[in-house]
Design a protein around this ligand. Structure first.
Ligand code: 9G3
Length: 579
């Protein structure tokens, strides 16, 4: 491709609204252009990278026997009413009405559509297992789209769905997909970790997220340097503390006035105690029922763990008036002792062992001192309901855990019969009995993967593409296009590279050398070949974008040495990633 012709609208600088590096660099390098909030054009350079990632995904899907199809983006609302998600997903759904006043939505994901397809085309277990996938634009009306294509309202996803006669068969496909995802992200040059994750609203019995490590990530993941443990912080278990029965006899319960002390800080200041001597009582409404969750004052409740422990659909913090109604006291004075009516109480392991603690007295402006939890609190359930934090130990090997941020680029789910049951997608099993199909689903954020690669592969001068997904392999630059000798040699090299099937971007513009080199650094194409003044001595210069290594090659040897140079560059990325 000749740069004189190419549409690569590079920018010298971008506005402050682009915070994360991938957003800034993809705008500056002329890869994307915003049409509206969270809605982007993939310009030719960005589109080439997108296609490269797609190609890797297609090869790996082929490898696990998945069949590609293309489902409609425009889905009739009826299907989403059958699954109940027309309501639950509310505002995030992009809805439209067709000319006959019928309700439709633009698909944010396709469980309903694919399940409908299967219930209308497959009825015997003999046709299973079956894995189908598509690469298609998804629509999600995010409240706050941000970070460029990392969190857009329209984005490219590979979504795959597998169908099975039983869980065992699902397990096999799940493992194959898990391994295929590891190959996909490795081939893309990403440093990633698969983490155990919460199945969230879509439910199902198991799920892993593939996290690209990056400070631009919205997810916090917990991992252990000593073993292979890794989990989304929502799921990371906390090691149960050893029961330290100090045998301490605790003074009898005593009320203490704490006028206006609503917050942890106010109570601890007023009573002159550490937060670790306080029991924090939070009231949640779980599937409509009030549940009191207790953790030590310096810990945080992990509401995902609460929801999962109670196997609930919805778990949200109670409103002030609910707290008043259930505990008889305003927010800040709730506690597990002296509740007018019996409610479920979940207490974190650490809080359940507390002695001589302070807790809300379920009375305005009043707390209780000298609480011995086992002595003073009646019926409760002990569970791991707190957020893991710095200093906690690895639940797998006991070493210290580490935290980092990640971008969720892929996820694999065991859905079970979550969709096939309500939608009656059944098969006849070997005994002729009608059973719902067991399902799995597997997603890769294609456009998000491109941005994640930029997050992990850039320096101060711009993007540094791994060769496997670089928009071009070679950036051929002629320094002075008015110099006949330079231009002729460059044109000859361009023709030779194209004839050899090398993907080459030829900077044939009438621009100053400095501008060309700055642009080349920004675009990040792995190998640069420069035809300049030295061509008089029969020499051209090469430069490896990632390592900065450069040198001179005789112009007659370029085509012979190029394959070796490209092999070197490919190896470079592998070494960097496994660092
Ligand atoms: C919605 C909206 C947003 C959503 C969903 C549904 C996320 C939704 C989870 C998934 C699960 C898997 C198949 C590929 C892999 C991921 N955001 N999810 O279901 F209606 Cl508005 O998409 N789907």
């Amino acid at each position: 491709m000749r740069q004189q012709t190419a549409l690569i609208p590079t920018l010298r600088d971008v506005g402050a609204e682009a915070e994360v590096m991938s957003h800034r660099l993809m705008l500056k390098a002329g890869m994307i252009k915003q049409l509206a909030a969270g809605i982007y054009t993939l310009l030719p350079l960005g589109h080439r990278v997108l296609r490269k990632v797609e190609q890797i995904v297609r090869e790996e899907m082929e490898q696990v026997g998945a069949q590609e199809l293309l489902l409609p983006a425009m889905n009739p609302s009826e299907l989403w009413k059958e699954s109940g998600r027309w309501e639950t997903y509310g505002a995030e759904l992009v809805k439209l009405v067709d000319r006959h006043e019928r309700d439709f939505l633009l698909g944010p994901t396709h469980e309903e559509v694919i399940t409908d397809l299967l219930r209308n085309t497959v009825s015997s277990y003999k046709k299973l297992p079956l894995t189908l996938y598509q690469i298609q634009t998804k629509f999600r009306d995010e409240r706050r789209p941000r970070s460029g294509v990392l969190r857009g309202r329209e984005f490219l996803m590979k979504d795959a769905y597998s169908f099975h006669a039983d869980e065992e068969s699902l397990e096999k496909t799940y493992q194959m997909m898990y391994d295929a995802y590891s190959r996909i992200f490795t081939r893309c040059g990403l440093e990633f970790r698969p983490v155990e994750a919460d199945a969230g609203a879509i439910g199902g019995t198991g799920t892993h997220e593939f996290m690209a490590l990056s400070s631009a990530g919205e997810d916090t993941l917990v991992f252990c340097r000593a073993c292979d443990y890794a989990a989304n912080i929502e799921m990371a278990e906390v090691q149960v503390p050893k029961a330290s029965d100090s045998g301490l006899t605790v003074a009898p319960l005593e009320k203490v006035a704490t006028p206006g002390a609503k917050s942890i800080e106010q109570v601890t200041n007023m009573l002159g105690i550490e937060p670790a001597h306080l029991i924090k009582s939070l009231l949640f409404i779980v599937d409509g029922e009030p549940v009191m969750v207790l953790v030590r004052g310096d810990h945080e409740v992990n509401d995902i763990k609460v929801k999962n422990f109670l196997e609930a659909e919805v778990c949200e913090l109670a409103t002030e008036e609910m707290v008043q109604q259930v505990t008889g006291a305003p927010v800040g004075f709730a506690g597990p002792i002296g509740l007018q009516k019996e409610i479920r109480i979940l207490v974190d392991h650490t809080a359940a062992q507390m002695k001589d603690a302070v807790v809300g007295a379920n009375e305005g402006d009043t707390h209780l001192k000298h609480v011995d939890f086992q002595r003073d609190v009646l019926s409760y359930h002990v569970a791991d309901v707190r957020l893991i934090e710095e200093g906690d130990v690895c639940p797998q090997c006991g070493d210290a855990v580490s935290f980092t941020r990640g971008i969720e680029v892929g996820q694999v789910f065991k859905l079970g019969t979550k969709y096939s049951k309500p939608m009656n997608a059944v098969i006849h099993d070997p005994n002729g009995k009608e059973i719902p199909m067991t399902m799995g689903c597997y997603g890769v954020g294609i456009s998000r993967t491109v941005a994640s690669i930029v997050e992990q592969h850039h320096d101060d001068d711009g993007i540094v593409w791994p060769l496997a997904i670089a928009p071009y392999a070679v950036h051929l630059i002629v320094v002075n296009v008015k110099n006949d000798e330079q231009r002729d040699v460059a044109e000859e090299l361009y023709a030779s590279m194209q004839a050899a099937g090398v993907e080459v971007l030829f900077d044939d513009r009438k621009e100053r050398a400095g501008v060309k080199f700055k642009d080349a650094d920004l675009l990040g194409i792995p190998v640069r070949i420069t035809v300049g003044a030295k061509v008089g001595d029969g020499l051209v210069e090469y430069k490896v974008r990632r390592s900065g290594e450069s040198g001179e090659i005789s112009k007659t040897d370029v085509m012979e040495q190029l394959p070796q140079l490209l092999k070197q560059v490919a190896a470079l990325t592998k070494r960097i990633k496994n660092r």
